[in-house]
Design a protein around this ligand. Structure first.
Ligand code: C2E
Ligand code: MG
Ligand code: MG
Length: 415
């Protein structure tokens, strides 16, 4: 196994060579799923043998000019020189995927493993070995997120990687915008509240989706600042709507911030400053996140719930939350993911599933909110099934919070 500087050195030599000849080259990162488990189950010696077998299979799948380096227990770095176009990279990854279709036979019990590859191309995606390796490794993450075996690095997938300072300044200078999307009471057919959604227009890159900058904030240290901003920006607007209207204000929270102390205090302090009652606030946490960070979040959430704050499990049905989690989690409502809601009109199975989720939630004293309602037929189906609340483009798109507040106060928001 080579160490990182040795691998970088070897890649750099290839880069210099490609540069002199004006050629293109790909750096590929290969992560082997299941290799570590061989060591854990059958012992390190067999694990090592399997690692060598994997190395051999990789080399056999590629051209003699390609270079393969073992970079860790379950990872390899591969250099593919002399590329004519991106199809060569796809070809190489297809051959690698094929090599691991059969269980690995390395002396141990035959064992199924999976090879996931990500590639970055020189000079398109970077000029140095370090950057190309990092981007190839990000491409592997992206492939895993999408549930695929291969990805080529794309600037827009990780566009925010270069945004750190700009985003930090935007949050500090209050240059993010808060949008409100209405949430409707499906049974009473009137508006019941809003969900607060962040919007960011970057001077350098135009509009950046929260689906990009929120995960980026979570991975860097910006999530606390973003959360503080969200809470205050939402409640500042909420304070402009008379409390007797009884609207609820849903704020998205990253589970990461619940692991830290001070989040509950921040929310409670802000409620006090803006004069919003705790019962008017819904804390939304995504289901996928629950699974990772359950214990640390639980106490904080329970404390907030005891104060009257409502707790919603967001995107339910998109991840892997089990019934066991639901039983222990101090939620008051369940938001059914838009992937299920979007499919239910066309697909009987999904329709039955959504109906079952609504019934189950009601049995557990949880209210239900359907996300992503895009047409009247879906709204009618959900209303019939007894779903309590609904949200979606058909019922109202997200709009700048100030616009929403003035329309609401003028009595202009009606079904
Ligand atoms: P979410 O909390 O599940 O929010 C709902 C998303 O669905 C929003 O996307 C909304 O614009 C979109 N949406 C609403 N109705 C429809 C519809 O009928 N059809 C379709 N296709 N989409 C619909 P958006 O605003 O891009 O936000 C994406 C995610 O980013 C949110 O998902 C939330 O998890 C996160 N997010 C947004 N703002 C914040 C924030 O201030 N803080 C944190 N921590 N996360 C935020
Ligand atoms: Mg949400
Ligand atoms: Mg959602």
């Amino acid at each position: 196994m080579l160490n990182r500087p040795q691998i970088f050195n070897a890649i750099q030599q290839r880069l210099d060579h490609a540069d002199a000849k004006g050629g293109r080259l790909a750096v590929m990162f290969l992560r082997v799923q299941g290799l570590r488990e061989i060591s854990l189950r059958f012992g390190y010696e067999q694990g090592e043998q399997a690692g060598e077998k994997v190395h051999e299979l990789i080399v056999q799948s590629l051209r003699p000019v390609d270079q393969v380096f073992r970079a860790g227990d379950d990872s390899f770095v591969i250099v593919l020189p002399g590329l004519l176009n991106q199809n060569h990279v796809l070809l190489a990854s297809a051959r690698l995927a094929q090599a691991f279709e059969q269980p690995l036979d390395s002396g141990a019990t035959p064992w199924q493993i999976r090879a996931i590859t990500g590639a970055a191309i020189y000079p398109d995606h970077g000029l140095g070995a370090d950057l190309l390796c990092r981007r190839a490794s990000m491409a592997v993450d992206e492939a895993q997120r999408r549930g695929e075996l291969h990805a080529i690095y794309e600037l827009h997938d990780t566009q925010v990687e270069i945004f750190y300072e700009e985003l930090r300044d935007a949050i500090e200078a209050n240059r993010l915008q808060v949008f409100f999307q209405p949430v409707w009471d499906l049974q009473a057919k009137r508006i019941s509240g809003i969900e607060s959604l962040a919007r960011w227009t970057s001077a350098q890159h135009g509009e950046v989706s929260p689906a990009s900058f929120v995960p980026f904030s979570e991975q860097s240290d910006l999530i606390s600042a973003l959360t503080r901003w969200s809470i205050n920006a939402t409640l500042r607007q909420a304070a402009n709507i008379p409390a007797r209207a009884g609207l609820s204000f849903a704020i998205n929270f990253s589970p990461r911030v619940f692991g830290r102390t001070g989040t509950a205090e921040q929310l409670i302090g802000a409620l006090d400053i803006w004069g919003v009652p705790p019962t008017a606030v819904v804390v939304e946490i995504t289901e996928t996140a629950l699974v990772n960070d359950l214990e640390s979040s639980m106490q904080v959430l329970r404390r907030l719930r005891d104060l009257g704050v409502r707790i919603a499990i967001d995107d339910f049905g998109a991840g892997y939350a089990s019934i066991a989690y639901l039983r222990r989690f101090p939620a008051t409502e369940l938001k059914i993911d838009q992937s299920l809601v979007g499919a239910m009109r066309e697909d009987t199975h999904t329709r039955k599933l959504v109906s079952a989720i609504i019934n189950m939630a009601h049995h557990m004293d949880l209210t239900t909110v359907a996300e992503g309602i895009e047409d009247q037929a879906t709204q009618d189906l959900l209303t019939e099934m007894g779903c309590d609340f609904g949200q979606g483009y058909h019922l109202g798109r997200p709009e700048p919070a100030t616009d929403f507040v003035s329309r609401y106060n003028a009595g202009l928001i009606v079904p």
